[in-house]
Design a binder for this molecule. Structure first.
Ligand code: ARG
Length: 460
């Protein structure tokens, strides 16, 4: 049934059903309902306080809006596509509830400043949630680091065994990445946290409004200075989508590591049963679906960024209806990001490291660098030392032997600089603990890093 449009005054024909269907946004922007109401409550109170509308009218509007909020929260609210978007649905419901006085709410306001106010309120809350979820993930990573401080594993470069590292060092690497993700979101918050309301459709408002009051009511720490910018800029959302894309990239890399490490070939880690799934045909399988989906969903999060960048790139100032397309990519990134962070957190929490496996893999040729360094310490140019140890590796590989099996006698055949103490280097632990440089994998370094994070994540 056709609804009478709130903006219907100048039209002699009712809207084509196709247009209603094509242009509606309430099917997705109802996500903003409670933020829209929050914005309207502040606006109505301000109108009453400033005497722009009678105080009693403002009170009635506030009361009506609160009832509508309750209906929405209880799932009783009837959303109508014919009413286009969340804002029109709520305004119409208000007028139905409290009568014509409800029509005073839109005084000194436009949907252009209204929509972006609700959007910013929504995003501010979401970004705060995301930052908290990332902190929780970091705490779980820190706990794992402490649990596996005394286990070594191979670090890979080119996915080839490179050098032994402490397992804790590996987890702390991701902890660092998520710290930067968090900081990016926190920085983004500064630019989300700005009040656009009071800008009108584009040029400002001709009623004696009080934007300071509205900003305070809504908890915005800044007021947007330019009404044209306020109604038409979406860079705060682009920035969010970009922070989200980078964070997903980091989570996707972690997922990929865990997928590889949990394969039978590696068997470095055991994923928690309750977070994996079975195969409908192969009974032996335990599939890392959560991790695969995080890796897979990274694609859509990148897509959301490109989607909104493309939407805004050719828009003339100021508001254009194209901007209605800003919401779905943001909603999708918020949902995907939150789910993925929770997923990674649960995986890390339940992760078991196969100590024997990783320790065994950490030795062998992963110790070759240190043998070369040994010769370099004795004065041989590192390039020559590298070549000599390369020959030793080739010699052992030909015989199907591991590095640890070499004898001093054999070493001396390659260089007479080798002495008894060279054999001490054939242990992953010794080698790891020699890397004492700041940021390195030596136990003493890792302990310092753990202490640093302990302070940062638990004491603030
Ligand atoms: N649903 C619209 C949006 O999301 C609200 C603003 C509409 N403004 C307008 N002048 N038609 O952008």
């Amino acid at each position: 049934m056709a609804e009478k449009k709130l903006w219907g005054g100048r039209f002699s024909e009712s809207t084509d059903a196709f247009v209603e269907e094509f242009t509606e946004s309430v099917s997705f922007d109802k996500e903003l309902a409670l933020y829209d109401i929050k914005g309207s409550l502040a606006h109505a109170k301000m109108l009453g306080k400033q005497g722009i509308i009678p105080k009693e009218d403002a009170d009635k509007i506030v009361e009506g809006l609160l009832e509508i909020a309750k209906d929405i929260e209880e799932g009783k609210f009837q959303w109508k596509k014919e009413l286009e978007d969340v804002h029109m649905n709520i305004e119409k419901a208000l007028i139905e509830k409290i009568g014509d006085v409800g029509g005073k709410l839109h005084t000194g306001r436009s949907r252009n400043d209204q929509v972006v106010t609700a959007f910013r309120l929504y995003l501010k809350e979401q970004v705060n949630d995301i930052v908290n979820l990332l902190s929780e993930l970091q705490r779980v990573l820190l706990k794992k680091s402490q649990e596996y401080l005394d286990v070594v594993m191979p670090a890979y470069t080119h996915l080839q065994r490179a050098q032994p590292i402490r397992v804790a060092h590996y987890f702390l690497a991701y902890l660092e990445m998520f710290q930067r993700d968090k900081e990016r979101f926190e920085d983004n918050l500064k630019r989300i946290d700005m009040l656009p309301l009071g800008s009108g459709a584009v040029a400002g408002v001709d009623f004696p409004i009080d934007r300071e009051f509205v900003a305070k009511e809504l908890g915005f720490s800044q007021i947007m200075r330019n009404s044209i910018d306020a109604t038409s800029s979406r860079d705060f959302a682009l920035e969010f989508l970009s922070c989200g894309a980078i964070c997903m990239a980091n989570m996707s890399r972690f997922s990929e590591d865990m997928i590889i490490y949990s394969s039978t070939e590696f068997s470095f880690v055991e994923l928690p049963d309750k977070l994996t799934t079975g195969s409908s045909i192969m009974p032996q399988k335990k599939n890392p679906d959560v991790l695969e989906l995080i890796r897979g969903k990274t694609g859509r999060v990148y897509g959301n960024l490109i989607s909104l960048l493309t939407t805004v790139k050719g828009l003339p100032l100021a508001y254009n209806r194209d901007l209605q397309e800003d919401k779905e990519p943001v909603f999708d990134t918020v949902k995907t990001l939150k789910g993925s962070i929770v997923g990674i957190t649960k995986i890390v929490e339940g992760l078991k490291i196969n100590k024997e496996k990783v320790q065994a893999a950490a030795g062998g040729f992963a110790l070759a660098t240190d043998l070369a360094n040994y010769l370099a310490e004795k004065g041989l140019p590192f390039r020559q030392a590298h070549h000599i140890v390369g020959s030793i590796v080739g010699y052992l590989v030909n015989q199907g032997r591991e590095l640890e099996s070499i004898t001093l006698q054999e070493l001396k055949q390659f260089s007479n600089l080798f002495e008894e103490d060279a054999l001490n280097l054939l242990s992953a632990y010794t080698v790891a603990d020699r890397r004492k440089s700041f940021g390195g994998t030596a136990k003493q370094q890792i302990e310092e890093q753990i202490a640093f994070w302990e302070k940062k994540l638990f004491e603030s």
